[in-house]
Design a protein around this ligand. Sequence first.
Ligand code: AMP
Ligand code: MG
Length: 507
Amino acid sequence: MTLPALFPFDNSYARDLVGAYVPVVPQAAPAPRWLRFNHGLAQALGLDAERLAGDEGLAVFAGQVVPAGAQPLAQAYAGHQFGGFSPQLGDGRALLLGEVLDPQGRRHDIAFKGSGRTPFSRGGDGKAAVGPVLREYLISEAMHALGLPTTRTLAAVATGETVRRERALPGAVLVRTAASHVRVGTFQFFAARQDSATLQRLVEHVMTRHYPELADSANPALALLRAAIDRQAALVARWMGVGFIHGVMNTDNTTLSGETIDYGPCAFMEAHDPDTVFSSIDHHGRYAYGNQPGIAQWNLARLAEALLPLMGADTDAAVAQATEAVNAFPAVYQRHWGAVLRQKLGLRPRADAPDAAPDSADLALGQDYLALLHSGQVDHTLGFRRLADVLRGQPAPWLALWQAETLAAAPAALQTWLTAWQQRLAQQGEAPAQVAERLDAVNPLVIPRNHLVEAALDAATDRGDLQPFEALLAAITRPWAADLADSPWAQPATPAQSAGYQTFCGT
Ligand code: AMP
Ligand code: MG
């Protein structure tokens, strides 16, 4: 008896987009060892989790065995990095192993990161280190648990190799799943080469995969642009809601699927401050928390430019339509952001203001609260989470978030806001306890706190101790668990712990 294939691969990218990739083989790791296997994800994908979690899976993820049906390839893409255009980036330390369909018929890329050099590696070694790999594992799975669209992590494997960065580090491979890895930069690659034929195939591929409802559009490229704008606006609004800072919102890290991708220098904001930046290379704060919506629009303008050649022979008309679509971003974003804020405050859309157009009074109420959090240097996550306690008649935990000076200096501002919020809630005719229940299901208690993430990665890197990583992973994948309220996982960093916190790209 022969066992069925480990993965039921169906490789649409390899099939549809010849010329948009280079076949590659993963480099075999000398002494692989499991760091973590994600049973839950394997099961959700309809894969044989038991086999994958064993030696067979380890050999595949370590690049020692290419599984039946795989067509490993490095994808070509370009990208604007910090505003400057690179016509050729591509998978320099990643490869797409193949695609699988889950039991619901949804397609997922199975990809490796850190599996060795490819024709796109330029000066790099194609490798990844244990720290950044576990970091991506933690943050991507936290984002998924928080309900945000994201790539996920199926496995992390130590290679037994040493990777040279500023210092010698243990090497690792991350196994990433994604709805696809097509980025704005993929379109830019072919646009820069004036290869409209491949661009056209790329549009068709992305439409089939992510926007099948647009199949019959009169102007597919324009329809795709509008749809991608909507998805990115929705995604960034969700980031802003949980205080996520991507850190490196380059066009090659902006997906067409609307999933968050590329967990490098990302981090969650603690005290609310729109100027928060963690990335060591983001000297001018281009990708600061508060800049993210504007940067998303900028990236989508680059997508619009790349798609222009496919938007019709009348160039002036195409430019006008594309410009109109990109200029609509702020309004589209505002609609999604209004919905996020409303949810975070327990506000239901008013009867006279349907969800499509958030009442400006609700938006203002939300923005006023964020301004209060900012002025009081209050933790973004708990600042929302503990509002439910106020509704339950137990304001003490919420009050404890505000520094004595703020309470002394602006008690009226806080009281005014609370009154306005509670009056607005009262108009909904719901019992406060009922609203509190809903808030607890929306506002997380646990996010991956930076000092805890660092401690977990340091333990794994320096001592090979995965216990802190495991404990943190268990907590952040239960972000709403009320029983964690008094645990260390739910406490903001002390000023000493958060002072000067910096993240690195991990390349
Ligand atoms: P990222 O910072 O992960 O978005 O990567 C930007 C570009 O640099 C992509 O083309 C990567 O494939 C490439 N890259 C990053 N790190 C390495 C590395 N260690 N070896 C080769 N290429 C790399
Ligand atoms: Mg990238």
